[in-house]
Design a protein around this ligand. Structure first.
Ligand code: ZN
Length: 533
């Protein structure tokens, strides 16, 4: 039997991290993402790993998004020295993503420290530094997809195209157990059918166990043609008013999809002749990586290349990596399209562009990505009359367009179509990487439509996998109620250990006690209250 512990991306959409233990004691990880969204969730980034990083020889990385890759520098800082097996484009994208993430961690810690000083409190250290990120980049071991590789004795693996972002992969994993080999498939994040730039997700037919994401497990996307039309309408609206079009965008994939569609408008003669600025150093670097990796394009993107065009270019496109050029954009009168990060308007250059344009009637703000609760982006989408930017209340007078069709995630139908292929091999299915409504809706559909056994594992839940058979550790009586009880008991054990460690540290006179300890205590208290309710 083998064990899989869901250490992130279970019961949430961020922090993806799964530990797989073989009977011979081999331990491998799948993904090592950052927990994002709210203080309580982010506290998990600082918590114990649930394993000893130096004991792990292999980390499989499905794709470059930070909720799958963003804790790698911390893993390396904490002792991991193994191989990070991933696709070549993912390795390239991680180089820019992890350095950017380290920079954000350093800036946050610096800001927090400055704030603390004013209150006579101590220094806050970043989760990891640029040096940690640079160290982790040395451990990347890119492998082409579709080839079976021997990872370590008794463990083989193959990456398959997941069709989500450039280089994104599904992982097929074969682990030798005493009573036979177990095949586990991790979907990673799956792309939608006919997604731009990348090929559709690889169809897989056999697995003993399947871990499938459920980000949009309860939703169907609107038609992409409608979304493209809306994008053009939004541009035409601002242009007819002589105003600007602001697009808050995520640096990897979403930005390139917007450029791709703008390129299509241009080639069809539909795009008004106005400057288009890509005003994000990270997105500029990502676009250059997309341009380089043509062999991973789908047929449509390749057809554009074969006609002699760059899918991400048009004559009026300008890259503005320098701050000076960025500031100049807002000083220039007249219409322009400005694509800037970050996607949820919480940091980065987009804040300057919103400050200059949000209050202008006739301008367009185009939201093309998910806006998390509490973010400036979410407030704008929900129709706030004004939002706070750089401590200033800025009126929302521009027209706000929310365009849903640019998602890089499979919707419920795409997910079910992909699972359909497994029906003959009859795997046990674990639905992960989703808010509970999405996971439950998808689990229900998979169970009813394909008659497969489906579970939704919780955070830190440990699963025992046997060839074609599943036993939840210590769960011998009954089904669901025992499962919930077991999860709660496991959590209490973890919390007791954590409390014990803290108690020892607080009592020992030699050990320095920091703000972090209070944060941890608060977190434990919240977790306990959650169990109690
Ligand atoms: Zn992703």
């Amino acid at each position: 039997m083998i064990r899989v512990t869901c250490l992130g991306g279970a019961g949430s959409v961020t922090g993806s991290n799964y530990l797989i233990e073989s009977p011979s004691g081999k331990k491998v990880l799948v993904d090592c993402g950052l927990f994002q969204g709210g203080r309580q969730m982010e506290t998990r980034n600082w918590a114990d790993w649930g394993f000893i990083p130096s004991e792990i020889n292999t980390l499989f990385l499905t794709h470059a998004h930070i909720d799958h890759s963003g804790r790698i520098p911390k893993l390396v800082k904490d002792g991991f020295r193994g191989k990070i097996i991933t696709s070549p484009p993912t390795a390239e994208l991680c180089e820019i993503m992890l350095l950017d993430s380290a920079h954000i961690q350093e800036m946050d810690a610096e800001w927090q420290t400055r704030k603390n000083r004013r209150q006579s409190k101590g220094e806050i250290l970043p989760l990891y530094t640029t040096a940690d990120a640079e160290e982790s980049l040395k451990l990347f071991f890119p492998v082409e997809r579709d080839r079976i590789i021997d990872v370590e004795p008794g463990v083989r693996a193959r990456l398959r195209n997941a069709g989500h972002i450039l280089g994104s992969s599904i992982l097929e994993l074969w682990v030798e157990a005493a009573d036979g080999e177990v095949k586990v498939v991790f979907s990673g994040d799956l792309g939608k059918h006919n997604q731009l730039i990348v090929k559709d997700p690889h169809e897989i037919f056999a697995a003993d166990y399947l871990f499938i994401e459920s980000t949009y497990g309860n939703r169907l996307h609107r038609s992409f043609e409608d979304s493209k039309k809306e994008l053009l309408d939004a541009i035409e609206y601002a242009v007819s008013n002589g105003e600007k079009v602001i697009i808050p965008a995520f640096a990897v994939e979403r930005t390139q999809e917007i450029l791709y569609v703008l390129g299509e408008f241009y080639r069809n003669g539909d795009l008004p002749e106005i400057p288009i600025y890509l005003d994000s150093p990270l997105a500029i670097k990502a676009t250059q990586i997309f341009r380089k990796n043509k062999k991973y394009y789908d047929q449509e993107a390749m057809a554009i290349v074969n006609q002699g065009f760059d899918p991400f270019d048009m004559p009026t496109l300008r890259f503005t990596p320098n701050t000076k050029e960025s500031i100049a954009i807002n000083e220039a009168a007249g219409s322009a399209v400005i694509i800037a990060g970050n996607g949820m308007c919480t940091a980065g250059r987009i804040k300057h562009h919103l400050k200059h344009n949000l209050w202008r009637p006739g301008a367009s703000i185009i939201m093309v990505g998910f806006q998390a609760m509490g973010t400036t982006g979410r407030k704008i989408v929900e129709g706030a009359k004004s939002v706070k930017i750089f401590r200033e209340n800025v009126a929302v007078k521009a027209r706000v367009y929310t365009i849903g069709g640019f998602s890089a995630h499979a919707d419920q139908k795409d997910l079910l179509d992909w699972v359909y292929n497994f029906r003959e091999s009859h795997p046990r299915v674990f639905v992960v990487h989703g808010e509970s409504d999405s996971s439950e809706a998808l689990a229900d559909k998979i169970q009813k439509e394909f008659n497969l056994e489906v579970n939704i594992p919780g955070w830190k839940e440990r699963l025992v996998l046997k060839p074609k058979e599943l036993l939840r550790e210590a769960a011998s009586i009954g089904e669901e109620p025992v499962n919930i009880l077991q999860i709660s008991l496991n959590m209490i054990v973890d919390l007791e250990k954590e409390l014990d460690r803290l108690k020892k540290r607080l009592k020992s006179k030699e050990e320095k006690v920091s703000e972090d300890d209070i944060d941890r205590l608060k977190y434990i208290q919240e977790e306990l209250q959650a169990i109690h309710s």
